[in-house]
Design a protein around this ligand. Structure first.
Ligand SMILES: [Zn+2]
Length: 276
C-alpha cells in the first residue's frame, strides 16, 4: 500500500476511534489536537532529511573510510559552476553535481566538463518548479523523467543519484519515481550550508565545519535555488576554506559514487555479510 494512503488511513482511524470513545463535549479540542499532531508528524516525515518512511533516502556514507562528499545543487550556472570546478581542481577534490535538467540543457558544456574532470552528475528534476511538491504523481514523474533524460542525453550515462528540490520527500514522490521508471537513489545530506540564502561565507563555513567528518554528505549550491540569492560568491569563498579544512582533517573529498560504493568483496566476507 502507498505510504501516503497509509498515513491518511492512520489519521482517519485515530479520529474515528476518538469520536467513539471521547464524550461529545470534548470532540472539538480532541480533533484539533489530533489534527495538529498528525500535521506535525507528516511535516517531520517530509522535511527530515533522515527519515525513510515515505521514500528510502541516503543521507550519509558509512564513515568507514576517511572520505566525505560535497554536493552542489541547482546548476549548472555559466558564472559560478566553472569557478566551483576550478576550486575543486585546485584542491584535488571530487564532488557531485545535482543538475536541474533545463539548466543542463542550456549549458551542456559545463556538465561535460564536470564529468571530464572526474565528478559525478546526479539529477535535481527538470524544472525545479516552485510547485513541484504539490503536483500529482504523473506530472511529477514526467518532470523527474525529463531531468534524468537530460543527463543521459548530455553524458551518455544514466544518473544514479536523485535529489528532490529542498530535499523534501512528499508522499507523492515515491510513486512518481516508480512511474518515471527511475532507477535512482534518493539522496539528501548530513549537513548543508544554507548557502542559497546566505550572504556570508563565515556563516556557511561555521554551519558545515561542524559536520565535516567521515561519511558526511554536504550540500551547497552552484546555481540559483528557489527564493535564494543569485550570487554564489559566499559559497565559493566558503568552499575554498572548507576544502582546506577537510585536507587538514585528513579527509578526502570524493564523489557519491565513491562514498557510497559497496565495500570490496573481501571486506564484506571479513564482516560476515556474504560468504564465498
Ligand atoms: Zn534545489
Amino acid at each position: 500500500m502507498r505510504r501516503g494512503i497509509l498515513l491518511q488511513l492512520a489519521v482517519a482511524g485515530t479520529l474515528l476511534v476518538e469520536l467513539l470513545v471521547v464524550p461529545r463535549s470534548a470532540w472539538a479540542p480532541t480533533l484539533l489536537v489530533t489534527l495538529a499532531l498528525a500535521s506535525a508528524g507528516i511535516a517531520y516525515l517530509v522535511t527530515s532529511t533522515r527519515t525513510q518512511f515515505l521514500v528510502p533516502t541516503i543521507f550519509r556514507g558509512s564513515g568507514n573510510e576517511r572520505t566525505l562528499a560535497f554536493t552542489f545543487d541547482d546548476g549548472p550556472d555559466p558564472v559560478f559552476t566553472p569557478k566551483v570546478l576550478d576550486l575543486l581542481r585546485e584542491h584535488d577534490a571530487k564532488a557531485t553535481f545535482f543538475v536541474v535538467g533545463k539548466r543542463a540543457d542550456a549549458h551542456p558544456d559545463l556538465v561535460l566538463r564536470a564529468i571530464r574532470e572526474g565528478h559525478t552528475v546526479g539529477s535535481h528534476t527538470y524544472s525545479h518548479a516552485h510547485t513541484f511538491h504539490f503536483w500529482r504523481a504523473h506530472r511529477m514523474a514526467s518532470d523527474v523523467r525529463r531531468g534524468i533524460d537530460s543527463v543521459v542525453r548530455i553524458t551518455g550515462r544514466a544518473p544514479r543519484w536523485f535529489r528532490p528540490p529542498q530535499g523534501l520527500r512528499v508522499p507523492t514522490l515515491r510513486d512518481a519515481l516508480a512511474r518515471a521508471g527511475a532507477s535512482v537513489s534518493c539522496v539528501t545530506w548530513s549537513v548543508r550550508g544554507m548557502d542559497a540564502t546566505s550572504r556570508s561565507a563565515e556563516a556557511i563555513v561555521a554551519r558545515v565545519a561542524k559536520g565535516l567528518e567521515r561519511g558526511a554528505i554536504i550540500t551547497l549550491h552552484d546555481g540559483r535555488g528557489l527564493g535564494g540569492t543569485n550570487d554564489r560568491t559566499p559559497t565559493l569563498n566558503a568552499l575554498a576554506e572548507l576544502l582546506t579544512m577537510a585536507k587538514a582533517r585528513d579527509l578526502a573529498c570524493v564523489t557519491l559514487d565513491t562514498l557510497l560504493a559497496p565495500p570490496p568483496a573481501e571486506e564484506r566476507v571479513a564482516c560476515g555479510a556474504t560468504a564465498p
